[in-house]
Design a protein around this ligand. Structure first.
Ligand code: 5RP
Length: 221
């Protein structure tokens, strides 16, 4: 059974006619967008905003009506994946490089539903290196300052070149080991000049739907 797909399809049940919807990014969000596309073909009337160019392209291909960021004041619901989620529903996001748009979209959503397979649920965040979006100018300086917050920073590369986000920035993956105080760490990181945002989402998720290998789905308590 595809646990990502079952979690995604469960979350899409929360979408009602007339809603404005944020579309996440990644291989789990992919299944949600696919299912939303099917429901749109069946007559569901929604407007959506995507958190990445890839998700936007998929949504347009599937006939989902899109809205621009200037039209989006408040969203009824956003469905997105995560790289890690703990028991307080704090998240690490950004494995797919879309953390900035994801955080902007989540911040205007009345409800953020996170969809993950069981492997993403952790007692403590930090097994997955924390993605941090930084501006290219002076990135080595920014990386040294990130290092001083207690991590090993690595510039994300793609085909031998720095990975570019949809916003024209770089991603630095920061291995902190166990993250004991996610909200404090998020504030410290974002205070560094050159950091645009980090992948810690604290107090944002309203619901976490976990898919299991046996085909079941459960809300994370
Ligand atoms: C992209 C993200 C994704 O939600 C996260 O990386 C999870 O991806 P996947 O569903 O492919 O495991 O934050 O920036």
């Amino acid at each position: 059974m595809n646990a990502k797909k079952t979690a995604a399809e469960k979350a899409v049940e929360y979408i009602k006619d007339g809603m404005t919807v944020g579309l996440g990014t990644g291989s789990t969000a992919y299944w949600a967008i696919r299912r939303i596309g099917e429901r749109v073909q069946e007559g569901l009337n929604i407007r959506a905003i995507a958190t990445s160019r890839a998700s936007e392209e998929l949504a347009v291909e599937l006939g989902i009506a899109m809205m621009s960021s200037s039209e989006a004041v408040e969203l009824d619901l956003t469905i997105d994946g995560a790289d890690e989620v703990d028991r307080s529903w704090s998240l690490i996001k950004g494995g797919g490089g879309a953390l900035l748009r994801e955080k902007i979209v989540a911040s205007i959503s009345k409800q953020l539903i996170i969809i993950v397979d069981e492997s993403k649920v952790k007692e403590r965040l930090g097994g997955f290196a924390l993605p941090v979006e930084v501006i290219p100018f002076g990135y080595e300086i920014t990386m040294r300052q990130l290092s001083a917050t207690g991590c090993t920073p690595v510039l994300r590369m793609l085909e031998g070149k720095p990975y570019w986000t949809d916003n024209g920035n770089y991603i630095v993956d920061c291995d902190y080991g166990d993250i004991l105080h996610p909200s404090q760490l998020a504030i410290r990181i974002n205070a560094i000049p050159g950091v645009v945002d980090n992948g810690l989402f604290v107090g944002m998720a309203g619901q976490v739907i976990v898919g299991y290998g046996d085909g079941t789905v459960k809300q994370l308590e």
